[in-house]
Design a protein around this ligand. Sequence first.
Ligand SMILES: NC(=O)c1ccc[n+]([C@@H]2O[C@H](COP(=O)([O-])OP(=O)(O)OC[C@H]3O[C@@H](n4cnc5c(N)ncnc54)[C@H](O)[C@@H]3O)[C@@H](O)[C@H]2O)c1
Length: 258
Amino acid sequence: MLNLNGKNALVTGIANNRSIAWGIAQQLHEAGANLGVTYLPDDKGRFEKKVKELVDPLNPSLFLPCDVQNDAQIEELFTTIRDQWGRIDILIHCLAFAGKEELSGDFSNVSRAGFTRALDISAYSLVQLSAAAKPLMTQGGSIVTLTYLGGVRVIPNYNVMGIAKAALEMNVRYLAAELGPSGIRVNGISAGPIRTLASSAVGGILEMIHHVEEIAPLKRTVTQTEVGNAAAFLCSDLSSGITGQILYVDSGYCIMGM
Ligand SMILES: NC(=O)c1ccc[n+]([C@@H]2O[C@H](COP(=O)([O-])OP(=O)(O)OC[C@H]3O[C@@H](n4cnc5c(N)ncnc54)[C@H](O)[C@@H]3O)[C@@H](O)[C@H]2O)c1
């Protein structure tokens, strides 16, 4: 049985009720995990208020800001986790960012700054958060990140985010090799296209979804809950022999040649 009772799970990347991280948080809660939730701070505190209202019914025992470009904030986050939880068992990395101007048109138009920012926020952050979690995963643990097919194949308009996802997927393998001896597993979920705040910045996202509905074996795209269920599995003992893998939760789209 899938049981996360007694597990401390940190979930990053909830922006609103369409976020994949929200689907994951609900399934982890359902399975009995004690949740910590982070939000991206902004000057007017809009995300904080919105995310707090959304996650309140799941009774998170920690609710803290986390901008992965802010090293001091990450240090503070994990100091609080150490002080309040003592240890962490599950880390959900469910965040990415690239400028809208980088997510349409020619890939080669990407600026150095845009390239660096996309890879910093979307790929390096997994290394950074995993390194911070490692000493607190004293009873082993599970780290799960979110990726997309655009990291292994060319998808129109995905552009620099495809490069970031390729780096992210390789991070999964290097981290899995390093952390395995400490009983920490690291896996990625490659989700099919879902309408969210982040995906709406990608040019032609609706066409991508319609294409999946036409081509994928299941003739539909996936839901946040389905991704959440796969994440709960990867965080549980049911997947104890699985690490360094990318699990496709995409209605089977990636197997199709035509
Ligand atoms: N929606 C899709 O079609 C799809 C498909 C496959 C993979 N993914 C991946 O799923 C993950 C979640 O995206 P989503 O689609 O749920 O969109 P979303 O907009 O709901 O979530 C993206 C999150 O990234 C956070 N974020 C951005 N910059 C940050 C920073 N500097 N520090 C901390 N957090 C930051 C945002 O606050 C937001 O919560 C991303 O990695 C995305 O690439 C999405």
